[in-house]
Write a protein that binds this ligand. Structure first.
Ligand code: ADP
Ligand code: MG
Length: 637
């Protein structure tokens, strides 16, 4: 039950106390941004009021102009910010100012404490901007009256320590919120109107409601997106981007479009150089600001762009939606969907143009945003553009000490393909180094065939969905039949002598014996035509998905048993030659079982599947003990 006695003290929630503790006890170089936060709150309050009245709500004091007024008392060191927005009821006040609504606040606070210098920038992004006032205030008095007619005004007071005071506000107050900020001695500069005007022009120039300092209207360029793009300077775009995102780094791309058909809208979009970093705190923080005839309907409107373009920031303004739109039905809205498809196309086109005009800039973009972009694998409508935009590491493009491994497009891969090549080959692996050594790729290295390196699980889905590119089929390297590569010549000469006819004849029998010895640990044993250096490797049976895809499926199913696959053995490896000799003369020698299990375990280990290494280590120790004995005998005589 809300109590109504005047002047009752209330405790801040624990996380707010911590936040305030950090804010009040730190010295910030960038304190001025508190003003941006408070003006942004005032502007939000005005936006919400306009939204509510737009959909037919009756507001108290309907004739009040929508504006923000700032006044100062230099001598007393007081700064006052008043808005005619929707105000707050007593319950809303307790709810909105006094708790952190977002989850993950503990981690956020820890980050804040660890990164004091970055704090002013991240406070606002995380949605606790109000408290930044305590960077400059020793006391804050907030008086607010809700738009709901007949709600009493409320009075809130705090010095930024553990608690705040709530009381009834004065009678006869009109709708909105007034913040009276009693400045700290070392923050008296913020009672200087000229200083305030400069800060507002820097940080709040695009607020869509007039901001007055004294009698002067300070902000000048509301709704930049509505202006003709020929009249806008690059500097204005940059400023607007910073205003919108709090990101002072220039965006990678600015996309400004005005469309008349099939729906009318304007959009001003930015692709930032780096993803918005909120310490993973708000993974769903994406979407565009949706305006209808300059009235803000919703921040972070997710239905305006597909998830895989979630890094795009900006605003969309349309004439073709009613103002009294309910947020709940936005999702099914046809106009919105048409806007979405138009701007998705625009963004993809601009990215393709960037990739063409400035491949290095595009590669840098991909390194930052590729993870999100890859989610586009599920989007069949834009599959063609998507296939042009994906990038991979490749066996053909090695890193240098100065630079990370270059990325390639499918188009570039195709230009390097050998004549007669029908596949774009790829393989998943935990790292570039692992793939460079993968036994499955030995035949590709030998024949000089390029293989794309998939280093993230999602890449497998990308390949499955793209399927083919131009005349090439995308094919996992571990699934390729080496016979399909027969047309491509070896580049490396074999250094083992060819098998004798007797050895050749005994080979199938060795494979059968190994299969027998390994029982149901494998599905089959084959003499490999893909191996060059390694004695053995695992290959997926026909019909199974690629090794990488299996790994994902097993991960999702939490299946930790080693997979059953085909073990391929390399008859040109000295180890197999030795086993063949043993098999030919003493087919029942127990050493063959030891060796067979070791070959399989080694292959499983390379594929990351050897869950229990004990048997293998034990076996290796026994083998080394024997070998070292023989070695000592040999050397010591
Ligand atoms: P955010 O603005 O991201 O929600 P803040 O800490 O800046 O976080 O503000 C917290 C909440 O306090 C706002 O969401 C809003 O509900 C309320 N609030 C702050 N200032 C005002 C204001 N001038 N008028 C009405 N409500 C306000
Ligand atoms: Mg805010």
């Amino acid at each position: 039950m809300p109590d109504t006695k005047p002047g009752t003290p209330h405790e801040f929630k624990a996380e707010i106390r911590q936040l305030l503790d950090i804010i009040t006890h730190s010295i910030y170089t960038n304190r001025e941004i508190f003003l941006r936060e408070l003006i942004s709150n005032a502007s939000d309050a005005l936006d919400k009021l306009r939204f509510e009245t737009g959909r037919g709500a009756t507001a108290a004091n309907p004739d009040l102009p929508l504006e923000i007024r700032i006044s100062t008392d230099k001598d007393a060191g007081i700064l006052t910010i008043a808005d005619t927005g929707l105000g707050m009821t007593r319950d809303e006040l307790i709810e909105n100012i006094g708790t952190i609504a977002k989850s993950g606040s503990a981690e956020f606070l820890k980050n804040l404490a660890d990164n004091k210098d970055a704090a002013p920038g991240i406070i606002g992004r995380f949605g606790v901007g109000f408290y930044s006032v305590f960077m400059v205030a020793k006391k804050v008095v907030l008086t607010t009256k809700s738009l709901i007619p007949d709600q009493p005004a409320v009075h809130w007071k705090s010095d930024g320590s553990g608690s705040y005071d709530l009381a009834d506000g004065p009678e006869g107050l009109s709708r909105g919120t007034i913040l009276e900020i009693h400045l700290k001695d070392e923050a008296k500069e913020f009672a200087d109107p000229e200083r305030l005007k400069a800060i507002i022009r820097k940080h709040s120039n695009f607020i869509s409601f007039p901001i007055f300092v004294g009698q002067d209207k300070v902000n000048t360029v509301p709704a930049l997106w509505r202006e003709s793009k020929f009249s806008i300077t690059p500097e204005q775009y940059k400023e607007f981007h910073e205003f919108l995102t709090f990101d002072s780094e220039e965006p990678l791309l600015t996309i400004h479009v005005a469309v008349d058909a099939p729906v009318q809208f304007t959009a001003l979009l930015f692709i930032p150089k780096k993803p918005m970093d909120l310490f993973g705190m708000r993974p769903d923080a994406r979407g565009l600001d949706l305006y209808v005839r300059r009235v803000l309907i919703q921040h972070e409107t997710k239905d305006l762009l597909p998830e895989f373009l979630g890094f795009v920031r900006g605003v969309v303004d349309t004439e073709d939606l009613p103002l009294n739109l309910s947020r709940e039905t936005l999702q099914e809205n046809l106009v919105l969907r048409k806007i979405q498809s138009t701007i998705t196309k625009q963004v993809l086109e601009r990215l393709q143009k960037l990739a063409k005009d400035d491949p290095d800039a595009y590669a840098a973009f991909w390194r930052e945003h590729g993870r999100v972009m890859k989610l586009g694998y599920g989007d069949y409508i834009h599959r063609e553009a998507f296939a042009e935009l994906v990038r991979f590491e490749s066996s053909a493009l090695a890193p240098t000490p100065e630079a990370p491994a270059p990325l390639t497009s499918l188009a570039d891969y195709v230009t390097r393909a050998k004549s007669g090549q029908k596949h774009i080959h790829y393989l998943s692996g935990p790292s570039r180094a692992a793939l460079d050594l993968s036994p499955n790729l030995e035949i590709f290295r030998d024949k000089g065939l390029e293989v794309l390196y998939l280093l993230e699980p999602i890449d497998e889905f990308v390949m499955e969905s793209v399927r083919s590119y131009k005349d090439f089929t995308l094919a996992p390297a571990d699934k390729i039949d080496p016979a399909d590569l027969a047309a491509f010549e070896s580049t490396v000469a074999a250094d083992t002598p060819p098998l004798s006819p007797e050895q050749q004849a005994a080979l199938p029998s060795l494979a059968a014996a190994v299969k027998n010895l390994l029982g149901d640990r494998i599905t089959d044993v084959r003499v490999s035509t893909r191996l060059r250096k390694s004695p053995s490797c695992l290959v997926s049976p026909d019909g199974d998905p690629s090794a990488g895809m299996q790994k994902i499926m097993r991960m999702l199913a939490k299946d930790e048993t080693p997979p059953r696959k085909v073990l391929e053995i390399n008859a040109d490896h000295p180890l197999l030659r030795n086993l063949l000799r043993i098999h030919q003369t003493r087919p029942d020698d127990p050493f063959l079982a030891t060796a067979a299990n070791q070959l399989l375990d080694a292959a499983l280990l390379l594929d990351g599947y050897l869950a229990d290494p004990h048997q293998m280590v034990d076996r290796v120790t026994t083998l080394l003990t024997d070998a070292s004995g023989w070695y000592a005998d040999l050397k010591n005589t």
